[in-house]
Design a protein around this ligand. Sequence first.
Ligand SMILES: [Zn+2]
Length: 147
Amino acid sequence: MPTKEQIEQIIKELQKILRIQDWDISFQYVSEAEARDLYSEDCSGGNLRYRDRAESRIIINTDNSRIKDVPDYWYHTLVHELYHIVTDDFICIIDDIMPQVRDEYVRKELNDTKNVKYEHLVNRLAQGFVNAYPVSNFDNILKGGNP
Ligand SMILES: [Zn+2]
């Protein structure tokens, strides 16, 4: 696993590529217990986003089995979390054009359906990016050489 400092450098590079340089993104490795406190479910990573301030807090759960067992899964997770920032405008537009989402009675069911579809969308985008721009592009950072 890369160090926190290496991940932060890679985030800066990915921000340029994804054109989200104006976001202030912090990063932390967390335990399973800390991830559950934040997300109440098993997850490899997460991203708490504050669109109005263009701030985000990305986590990777170091106890997650995919993070531990699948080589470079941390990279897929990191790209996935960054794609949430890229696609947030889209999901907010959906909220705007679906006023029934604001109705308490249907809010939970609609949000669950939307969230599952949204996660699949973000996953496909992240997988496409990882295929086109593999982690080997960051060997200069990960192997400690000069960029
Ligand atoms: Zn996600």
